[in-house]
Each structure stands twice: as structure tokens, then as C-alpha cells.
Design a protein. Structure first.
Length: 159
């Protein structure tokens, strides 16, 4: 069993909330009493220059809160908008002790810890989960879902 933390953070776009997103969130709630979910703002998403449309912050927030509510996790969650990859993780008054990331975003977590060290803040424990594979063993991603290759569970839609 993974160590339990008082406050854990996880972040993302959570667009087309899919099996991979849900695995990331599940890990955060498994190891954290409280979870701060950083939801990328519309401005942040625009700067990412995704190769597809992305639902609005309001739509993504509604779907995220609905999922958390359905799982009985909403009361343990604090969803906040983030305008960059660091979100609230560089604030000195942050109570966050751990950060849950995917293999794909682990390097960002390491950079966040470097910045925290430079500011004299304690490093966060980084908990990394593997990418969730689709039926053809490629990672489930919003880009693949938006292209019509797979559904949110990773089932192939076209060959």
C-alpha cells in the first residue's frame, strides 16, 4: 500500500474524461485524504496548441465534478483552475505533499520540484502511474478520442 498523504495534487485538461484520466484521479484519491485537482484554464489549453478542439473550462469542470460526485469523491476534492503547469504548487502556503502524474508528465513534476527547491520549499513526493493502454496497446489520449480512433474506454473505433 502506497503511503497516505493529507493533501495530494493532480492536474490536467480532463477533456473527454477518459479511462486514463480516471486512473490518474483514482490514484490521487487512493493516496490522499484531500485532493487538489488543477483543471487547465481555457487560456492554458489555448497555449498548449492542441491538434483538436477542447471543451470549455466550464464543460470540463461540469464533467469532472459529475464524475467525482458519482464516485463519492467530490467532498474530498478541491478543483481549482490552473494557468500553467505549476498551478498552485509553488505557493509557500500550499499544504500539498504529493503530486500524482502520468509517465508522460513526470518530467514536468521533476521541474516543479526543482523550482520548489530554488524557492526553499520542500519537494513533493511524485507518484507516477503508467499510461493506460487502448485495445491496440497505444496510450489512451484525448487526441486519439477526438480523431475518432478510440472511445473513452480505449476501444478501437476504426481500423
Amino acid at each position: 500500500m502506497q503511503k497516505r498523504f493529507r493533501v495530494v495534487a493532480v492536474g490536467g485538461n480532463f477533456d473527454e474524461l477518459h479511462k486514463g484520466n480516471k486512473a490518474l484521479l483514482a490514484k490521487a484519491f487512493e493516496i490522499g485524504d484531500q485532493v487538489t485537482v488543477g483543471l487547465a484554464s481555457d487560456e492554458f489549453v489555448n497555449r498548449m496548441a492542441k491538434p483538436h478542439i477542447t471543451a470549455s473550462y466550464k464543460e470540463r469542470m461540469k464533467e469532472l465534478e459529475s464524475f467525482l460526485s458519482d464516485q463519492g469523491l467530490l467532498q474530498r476534492a478541491k478543483v481549482i483552475p490552473i494557468d500553467d503547469a505549476c498551478g498552485a504548487l509553488l505557493l509557500s502556503n500550499s499544504l500539498i505533499e504529493a503530486l500524482v502524474v502520468s509517465k508522460e508528465t513526470e518530467s514536468t513534476a521533476l521541474r516543479i520540484n526543482e523550482k520548489r527547491t530554488k524557492k526553499g520549499l520542500p519537494v513533493l513526493t511524485i507518484v507516477t502511474i503508467g499510461m493506460v493502454p487502448s485495445e491496440n496497446h497505444n496510450a489512451i489520449s484525448t487526441t486519439r478520442i477526438r480523431r475518432g480512433e478510440i472511445d473513452r474506454e480505449g476501444h478501437l473505433l476504426k481500423s
